[in-house]
Design a protein. Structure first.
Length: 614
């Protein structure tokens, strides 16, 4: 949800700071006052390219910032988090700075970012429906995405995507086998020799480190023995063959314990005795460990054999390392590759049979996906057409054409190949069927087997024309409103959780009321208010019948400002943006109704505001 929009030096707007609430906000004002500049500001913070001529002064710095509140499941969050940016208490700050004599900057939560990132985030937060913004739904991909959202076929699409990915992997494996045929023999010999070398050496994980440690002990055995013997003599002389009268640490500690116990004063030296006994136990452990070192027979090991084994393992590591664990991993992968390189005709036929079976599953899933789209297309087209009739566009209609690339003969061939591969996965007939049916080449893609096109009929008798090329700006805006209303209605019916997030998208409509008046204008306002139950709606309008339905209204007005420059006096036009409520709003609605604020127009404005409540 857009919470706040602040603008500086954009066209005639020197400074404006607007707060937005949930529901519907109407932006009103006289023609030429600068209402479009507010939309320009939103486009700027959404990453739109900079247009020249947006400021009256060559030395003025343009600046715009929008503050959005986002929920945890908002898609924009994953985009910014992948860029290493986190929201601040659930808020995103989208900023564009256009210095007069420097390059523009895009800023997201205080971080300078590429404009493309701001655009990606903005497109998830804001949808602008104006004459310059309708082409976003002209592409087949966008139309398919909208239809799938309406169909709520997420599970079917995920199933198809999984099968399609598996088919691509199998095709890549078969393609690799084909590419390797010319060098298969050389590769097979290399793999066999490499695997044999590793198997002959039979290394195990950690062996090289163990051998190096053992070699170090053998090479330094004399020094180790001498040092350990001296340590044991100092700690516990009984462990080695030395003069029994030699003083050592264990004997001294025992003597100290006895001396304290012989004092005979109860509890006075108990703590000291316990601590000495603890030291005695620790010394016993150390003595045991050191004595074990003397019993180690590493010094009797075959140093030449150990060095030879280390040399063998080092050779393996140098060729397939960087360590023995990776050598063993490479060996397992090489065994799998060898199986493919040495693939017999039967093995290749088996893979092709697997492909036919998988292709059948992909085709069947594509048909299910296509049927879900066909059902949704018919329903969405009818619902949008019904909405258009309520928006002063009687006779207009939207037809959604879903054309499957599968025909009856293609699907029959697919079924036939699948049956043959199931009966005998390695016979020649299966291979023949598999080679004949390349249904994934041109008939299937990563999104299914459908071509989708939105066709709009603007008036009775008109040809069905591609969306975006068949209507005026106002008609297109109303068409998009009808689409958004239908999508919101579908989402509300499909939603199973009462706690599901609402107002997680901002819809902005410009020119939606062009050519509308009377009851149609009232119905248009009602429809915008209905959409605002599911999303935040901002509409630029000159109709009181539309503005009266808004929960929030702001006016844009212009005024002449006197200025002095180099001793001469002049004037320039500035635009003010003001939030109106209460009596001020009633006066603005009256002005929109009658161009004046007479008692009659004020009464009519009050009646309109009271009637426009849902």
């Amino acid at each position: 949800m857009l919470e706040e929009l602040e603008i500086r030096n954009l066209g005639p707007i020197r400074h404006a700071n607007l707060g937005f609430g949930t529901g519907m906000t109407a932006i009103t004002g006289e023609t030429g006052a600068g209402k479009s500049m507010l939309l320009d500001a939103i486009r700027l913070i959404s990453g739109a390219s900079v247009q020249t001529g947006r400021t009256d002064s060559a030395n003025a710095d343009i600046w715009a910032q929008g503050i959005f509140h986002v929920e945890q499941d908002c898609p924009a969050l994953s985009i910014i988090q992948s860029a290493g940016i986190e929201p601040e208490e659930g808020e995103l700050f989208l900023t564009r700075s256009l210095p007069a004599h420097r390059r523009s900057r895009a800023i997201l939560n205080g971080h300078t970012v590429p404009r493309s990132l701001l655009h990606d985030v903005g497109s998830e937060l804001v949808t602008i429906h104006g004459q310059a913004d309708q082409m976003r739904l002209a592409s087949s991909a966008r139309q398919r995405d909208m239809l799938d959202l309406y169909a709520h076929n997420e599970q079917t699409r995920e199933e198809y995507a999984t099968l399609w990915h598996a088919l691509q992997q199998l095709d890549e494996r078969l393609s690799t086998l084909n590419r390797q045929r010319s060098s298969a023999q050389d590769r097979a010999e290399y793999l066999r020799a490499s695997i044999a070398a590793i198997d002959d050496a039979a290394p195990h994980t950690g062996e090289l480190e163990e051998l190096k440690s053992r070699r170090e002990r053998i090479e330094n055995s004399a020094t180790i023995t001498q040092g350990v013997t001296r340590a044991l003599a100092a700690l516990d002389a009984s462990q080695i063959d030395v003069d029994e009268d030699q003083s050592d640490a264990v004997t001294s500690i025992h003597a100290a314990i006895r001396a304290l116990e012989d004092i005979g004063v109860p509890a006075v030296f108990d703590e000291s005795v316990k601590r000495l006994e603890s030291v005695d136990e620790e010394l016993a452990d150390i003595v045991f460990s050191l004595a074990g070192q003397l019993d180690n027979d590493d010094e009797d090991g075959d140093l030449d054999a150990i060095n030879g084994r280390i040399h063998t393992l080092n050779e393996l590591v140098q060729r397939w390392g960087p360590d023995v664990e990776h050598v063993l991993q490479w060996r397992d992968e090489a065994q799998l590759e060898l199986e493919d390189v040495e693939a017999s005709p039967e093995h290749v036929a088996e893979l092709k049979a697997q492909r036919v079976k998988l292709l059948h599953d992909v085709g069947t899933s594509a048909v299910r996906l296509s049927k879900s789209r066909l059902r949704a297309a018919k329903k969405l087209g009818a619902q949008v057409s019904s909405e258009l009739a309520s928006l002063a566009m009687q006779g207009s209609r939207l037809d959604i054409q879903v054309t499957s690339r599968f025909d009856d003969s293609t699907y029959a061939s697919l079924e036939s190949a699948h049956t043959a591969s199931t009966d005998n996965s390695t016979n020649n007939s299966t291979d023949k069927e598999a080679s004949q049916i390349d249904v994934d080449e041109g008939l299937l893609d990563s999104h299914g087997c459908d071509d989708i096109e939105f066709l709009f009929t603007p008036f009775p008798g008109s040809a069905r024309l591609p969306m975006g090329k068949s209507a005026s700006g106002g008609e297109l805006s109303r068409l998009m409103l009808a689409l958004e209303l239908s999508m919101a209605d579908s989402d509300a019916r499909h939603r199973t959780s009462s706690s599901a997030a609402e107002h997680d998208k901002v819809f902005i409509f410009d020119e939606v009321d062009a050519g509308v008046g009377g009851k149609a204008a009232v119905e248009l306002g009602r429809r915008l208010a209905m959409l605002s139950r599911h999303a935040q709606v901002i509409v630029v309008t000159h109709l009181a019948q539309v503005a009266s339905w808004a929960q929030t209204q702001c006016t844009v007005s212009k005024r002449a400002v006197q200025s002095a420059s180099d001793g001469s006096r002049g004037s320039h036009v500035e635009t003010e943006v003001t939030m109106v409520e209460g009596d001020s709003r009633q006066h603005e609605i009256a002005r929109m109704l009658a161009g004046s604020e007479s008692a009659t127009s004020l009464r009519h404005a009050q009646e309109l505001l009271e009637a426009s409540r849902i």
